[in-house]
Design a protein around this ligand. Structure first.
Ligand code: SAM
Length: 317
C-alpha cells in the first residue's frame, strides 16, 4: 500500500498523436463534458514536450475513446524525451534500433509527419508483432518494421548509407521505472548529491546478482552504441535508458566517447534548460540528461545526444 501510494503521486501523461488529431481538438474533447473517462480530469500542457498532456495523479484514461483509437498515446514524460531529443528532419532515413513495443517509433513518426523513413528493428519476433500493432493504431506510415538484431544490421549496405539518425533505446535494467515505486525509501532530493555513488544509492545496483545483470546489459549497450556509430552517414544518435544506474548510463557514454570523437561526434546538449544533468564522471556530463522519479514527477531516464558535422538541427530544446 505504501509503494502504491508513492507511485500514485506522479501525474499521468498522455501524448497527443498529431498523425490522428490536433492539440486543439484533443483538448476540446477532453475538457468537454463526457469527453473524458469517468469524470473530466483537469488537463494541462507539459512545458517541455510539445503535444504532451499532464493529468492529475490517478487519472485513468485507459478506456478513453481517444486512447482506444490512437489519437492519444499513454506515454510518460521521460519516455518522450529520447525521440524529442533526436528530432530527425522529416526527409531523413532513421533507425529505431531497439524499437519494440514501438512507443518511441510512433513518436518519431509523429515528429517526422509520416515523411522520410524509419527502419524499426527488434530482435524479438513477438515484441515486433506488438510494435506492428502500435504502428497501425497510431496511423504511422513511414515505418519499415524488421525482425532484426541491430548488431547484425550492416552499416555499409547501400540502403543504410543514407541513415542520418539513430534512436538507440536498448534493453536495460529498468531501474528508473522500478525505483519510482520506492521513492519514499530514497533520500530526499536535497540530500542526494550528483556524483554520489556509494553502494546503496540508486546509482548503483543493490545486490551482487543485480550488479552482474547490469554488467551484462552494459556490455550490450556499449556494443550497440559502437555499432550505431559505424553508420557512415550518421549525424545524430540518441542513446537512452530507463535506468538510473551509472554503469548503464554515464559509464557507457564514457567508454564510447573516444571512438565517437575519432569519428567526428561530440556530445550535444539535449534539453539545455532541463535542470538534472549527467553524473559528473564523464567529460561533457553537463550535456547529458537524467530524470529522477523522486525529483521530476516522471520515471528515471537517461538521454545522451551525439552529434556529428553540421547537421541542420543543433541542440534539442
Ligand atoms: N524503444 C522501445 C519503446 O519505446 O517502445 C522500448 C525498447 S526496450 C527498452 C528494448 C528492446 O530492445 C526490446 O524490445 C528488445 O527485444 C530489443 N533488443 C534487445 N537486443 C536487441 C538487439 N540486439 N537488436 C535489436 N533489438 C534488441
Amino acid at each position: 500500500a505504501e509503494s502504491q501510494r508513492a507511485a500514485s503521486t506522479q501525474p499521468r501523461y498522455a501524448r497527443i498523436n498529431p498523425l490522428k488529431t490536433t492539440l486543439e481538438d484533443a483538448l476540446r474533447l477532453l475538457r468537454s463534458s463526457g469527453g473524458a473517462a469517468k469524470s473530466a480530469p483537469s488537463v494541462e500542457q507539459d512545458p517541455l514536450i510539445p503535444n504532451l498532456l499532464v493529468f492529475p495523479p490517478g487519472t485513468d484514461l485507459h478506456d478513453h475513446a481517444m486512447v482506444k483509437d490512437g489519437r492519444l498515446i499513454l506515454q510518460g514524460k521521460a519516455s518522450c524525451m529520447p525521440a524529442q531529443a533526436l528530432h530527425p528532419d522529416p526527409s531523413w532515413t532513421v533507425i529505431d534500433a531497439c524499437a519494440a513495443p514501438g512507443n518511441k517509433t510512433i513518436h518519431l513518426a509523429a515528429l517526422m509527419g509520416n515523411k522520410g523513413k524509419i527502419i524499426a528493428c527488434d530482435a524479438d519476433a513477438r515484441r515486433l508483432e506488438t510494435l506492428k500493432k502500435t504502428v497501425k493504431k497510431a496511423g504511422a506510415k513511414n515505418i519499415d518494421a524488421r525482425h532484426q538484431d541491430f548488431l547484425k544490421l550492416d552499416p555499409e549496405a547501400p540502403e543504410h548509407l543514407k541513415v542520418r539518425a539513430i534512436l538507440l533505446d536498448p534493453s536495460c535494467s529498468g531501474s528508473g521505472t522500478r525505483l519510482q515505486r520506492m521513492d519514499h525509501l530514497l533520500p530526499s532530493s536535497t540530500e542526494r548529491t550528483l556524483g554520489e555513488s556509494d553502494p546503496g544509492t540508486p546509482y548503483e545496483p543493490a545486490t551482487p546478482a543485480d550488479r552482474e545483470r547490469v554488467e551484462k546489459l552494459a556490455s550490450f549497450q556499449e556494443a550497440a552504441v559502437r555499432h550505431a556509430l559505424r553508420f557512415p552517414g550518421l549525424q545524430r544518435l540518441v542513446y537512452s535508458t530507463c535506468s538510473v544506474h551509472r554503469r548503464e548510463n554515464e559509464d557507457v557514454v564514457s567508454a564510447v566517447l573516444p571512438t565517437a570523437r575519432e569519428k567526428g561526434f561530440r556530445l550535444a546538449p539535449a534539453f539545455p534548460g532541463w535542470p538534472h544533468r549527467g553524473l559528473p564522471v564523464v567529460e561533457g556530463a553537463q550535456h547529458l540528461v537524467r530524470t529522477d522519479a523522486a525529483r521530476d514527477q516522471t520515471d528515471g531516464f537517461f538521454v545522451a545526444l551525439f552529434e556529428r558535422g553540421s547537421g541542420k538541427k543543433s541542440a534539442a530544446r
